[in-house]
Design a protein. Structure first.
Length: 210
């Protein structure tokens, strides 16, 4: 099965990608990871991408798709793959199709904005050792001192409510239209991602017919 995961930042795509990878026996292809891998391995496409990344520019869609196509030719993708983080826009989805990459299903992990803001804005991290905390599920000590290393427990800029709302706005404007794109092709499946990891996985497998 060739699968794309859709969903807003904080919806749980990364978590479900790892679980589905094990359940379905197919690799997760993260755009960021394969770009870094191509650069590290100094492949011709990786060196080309490095030029853009070193100058702070976005890697062009055509180059990203070429790197994805190169990755999909590896033996571990023969029985399928999970694309996480790409495509993000309709032009990218169209370019993927034009490049001959067949997609069986686009699975949306649906979570309301207010739930995502609560999830992400509650995250905290130790500035010293990186230990994760959450104001609801794993609250830090009252003095915000990490019991593991004595470091200060902070909220990252990415987890500030205004940053989260901006990322959600970008998602709704640029990426959410992919639901219509794949829906018109009869390839969209949506599951509720608000009721815990295990329930989301159960619904996802049900939606995928496995």
């Amino acid at each position: 099965m060739n699968l794309i995961l859709l969903g807003a930042p904080g919806a749980g795509k990364g978590t479900q990608a790892e679980i589905l990878k094990e359940k379905l026996g197919i690799p997760t292809i993260s755009t960021g990871n394969i770009l870094r891998e191509a650069v590290k391995n100094e492949t011709p496409l990786g060196l080309e991408a490095k030029g853009y990344m070193d100058s702070g520019k976005l890697v062009p869609d055509a180059l990203v798709i070429s790197i994805i196509e190169e990755r999909l030719k590896k033996d571990d993708c023969k029985n399928g793959f999970i694309l996480d983080g790409f495509p993000r826009t309709i032009p990218q989805a169209e370019a993927l199709e034009e490049g001959g990459v067949h997609i069986d299903k686009a699975l949306e992990i649906a979570v309301r904005d207010e739930v995502i803001v609560s999830r992400l804005s509650g995250r905290r991290v130790c500035h010293g050792c990186g230990a994760p905390y959450h104001m609801i599920s794993c609250p830090p000590p009252a003095d915000n001192v990490c019991p593991k290393c004595g470091g200060e427990i902070i909220i990252r800029k990415d987890d500030l409510p205004e940053t989260i709302k901006h990322r959600l706005d970008v998602y709704h404007e640029q990426t959410e239209p992919l639901k219509g794109f794949y829906g018109e092709k009869g390839k969209l499946a949506a599951v509720n991602g608000e009721n815990g990891i295990e329930e989301t996985t159960r619904l996802a497998l049900e939606a995928l017919g496995v």
